[in-house]
Design a protein around this ligand. Structure first.
Ligand code: FES
Length: 153
C-alpha cells in the first residue's frame, strides 16, 4: 500500500485566495451600495417624445380675419390650432390634434377639417366627427376676434 499521497495543499491554497478575493469584493460592493441606494426611480417609461402640446401658450395675433376663408379654415401648426369660418363673420377654433390617434390635421376642405393619417374628418362648424375612424370631436380652442384680428384667448 504505497499510497501516493499527492500534495493536496494547492487546492486549499487556491480556496483561501478565492475566499479572500470574494471578501474584498463584498466589502467594496457594500461600500458602494450604501452611498446611493435607490436614488433613481425614474422608470416612467418616457420615450422622449412629447412635451410639444403646450407650445400653444403663445398669445397675440394669430391671423387677420381675412386670412380665414369663408366656409373653410386655416391650420396654424405651430400654435396647434385650426381656425374656421363656417359662415361669414363667425369664427371657430379647434385643436389640430386628431382625436383618433393624435396626428395633426392637415387640411380644411369641403366643410371639414381633415386628418391625413386614417382619413378622419371633422366639421368646421363644431369639430364633430364627419368621417370615421375618429369617434370624438376635435376639442374647441378659445380665440378672440377683435378689430379684424384673431388671437388665442
Ligand atoms: S390619427 Fe387622425 S384619423 Fe387616425
Amino acid at each position: 500500500m504505497t499510497s501516493s499521497q499527492k500534495a493536496r495543499s494547492s487546492p486549499s491554497r487556491r480556496t483561501v485566495v478565492a475566499a479572500a478575493g470574494v471578501a474584498g469584493l463584498t466589502a467594496t460592493l457594500a461600500a458602494c451600495g450604501s452611498d446611493d441606494s435607490g436614488g433613481d426611480t425614474g422608470s416612467s417609461g418616457s420615450t422622449g417624445k412629447g412635451g410639444s402640446s403646450d407650445r400653444s401658450a403663445k398669445k397675440g395675433p394669430l391671423a387677420s380675419t381675412s386670412d380665414i376663408p369663408e366656409g373653410g379654415g386655416k391650420i396654424f401648426a405651430d400654435e396647434q390650432v385650426v381656425v374656421t369660418q363656417p359662415t361669414k363673420g363667425d369664427f371657430k377654433a379647434f385643436s389640430t390634434s386628431c382625436t383618433h390617434r393624435g396626428c395633426a390635421v392637415s387640411s380644411v376642405s369641403d366643410g371639414t377639417i381633415n386628418c391625413p393619417c386614417h382619413g378622419s374628418k371633422f366639421s368646421i362648424e363644431d369639430g364633430s366627427v364627419k368621417h370615421a375612424p375618429a369617434t370624438q370631436p376635435l376639442p374647441g380652442r378659445e380665440i378672440k376676434v377683435s378689430g379684424g384680428s384673431i388671437s388665442l384667448a
